[in-house]
Design a protein around this ligand. Structure first.
Ligand SMILES: [Zn+2]
Length: 246
């Protein structure tokens, strides 16, 4: 019997961690009738399905696949232990009362320009950390209420910054040009889960649940599919670019 080299299944080499934000007791933000944790799970599962079906050298790792509680520290550890090539955290956004008109997508990378609105997003997305009494010990001095914590960020994520921005830009371009979304662009913020991952990492905000029109759209399976396929194409293009520079 001869050895059939081409019968060996393709090795899954490129690991993508998909992190649907929140889960279980942590609902994330809320619209009038929508919980962030539900929308982001649906879209994340669709992204994973596209990756698994269409790219045979990609392995998808989820931080959760159902409504279980998903903690930022565990999420980051899952990605680090898997030695993943990419970490993508998927969320939905909110604005305080009086700002219901604000809508659009944003993709965050870890960064120092942590002022104004970006810091508000950081406080909200990091807020689950504050529920723990000993968070300063658990999070090695990271205080989600203080922008000054940023000083420490650059050490771990800086090496991956260029690739994180490349992927983030791909995602926002896809949202704007192919998924028909309003893109608010690539932003920087002190997001704990990004700070703690040792690989290119982004946090995607799919839209504002506090905007009535966008809340309705984010509940539409067709819009969810547009968003998911946009993220899929952004990952595919990012990977193709990396492969072409090898
Ligand atoms: Zn969130």
């Amino acid at each position: 019997m001869s050895f059939q080299g081409d019968s060996i299944p393709a090795k899954k080499t490129f690991k993508v961690v998909l992190d649907p934000g929140h889960g279980g007791k942590d609902w994330g933000t809320r619209g009038k009738y929508t919980k962030e944790k539900d929308i982001v799970l649906k879209v994340s599962l669709m992204v994973g399905k596209y990756l698994e079906e269409l790219l045979d050298d990609v392995e998808v790792i989820y931080t959760r696949k159902d409504d279980s509680y998903s903690h930022p520290k565990i999420d980051a550890n899952i990605a680090n232990e898997a030695e993943a090539d990419l970490f993508i955290s998927i969320h939905a956004n909110a604005m305080p009362k009086g700002n219901e008109h604000v809508r659009g997508t944003e993709t965050f990378v870890m960064g120092l320009k942590n002022t104004g609105r970006n810091f508000e997003v950081a406080k909200r997305e990091n807020s689950v950390i504050l529920l723990e009494e000993n968070y300063e010990e658990v999070y090695e001095g990271f205080d989600p209420t203080k922008p000054v914590s940023n000083i420490m960020f650059s050490i771990m994520q800086e090496a991956f910054q260029e690739n994180s921005i490349l992927l983030a830009q791909n995602i926002e371009d896809q949202f704007a040009k192919r998924a028909g979304r309003k893109s608010l662009g690539v932003k920087q913020s002190s997001l704990w889960v990004l700070w703690n991952t040792a690989m290119p990492s982004v946090l995607v905000e799919l839209g504002y649940l506090t905007n009535p029109k966008e809340e309705k759209e984010l509940n539409d399976p067709k819009v969810q599919d547009y968003l998911a396929s946009a993220i899929f194409r952004a990952i595919r293009d990012y990977k193709e670019f990396l492969d072409s520079t090898k």
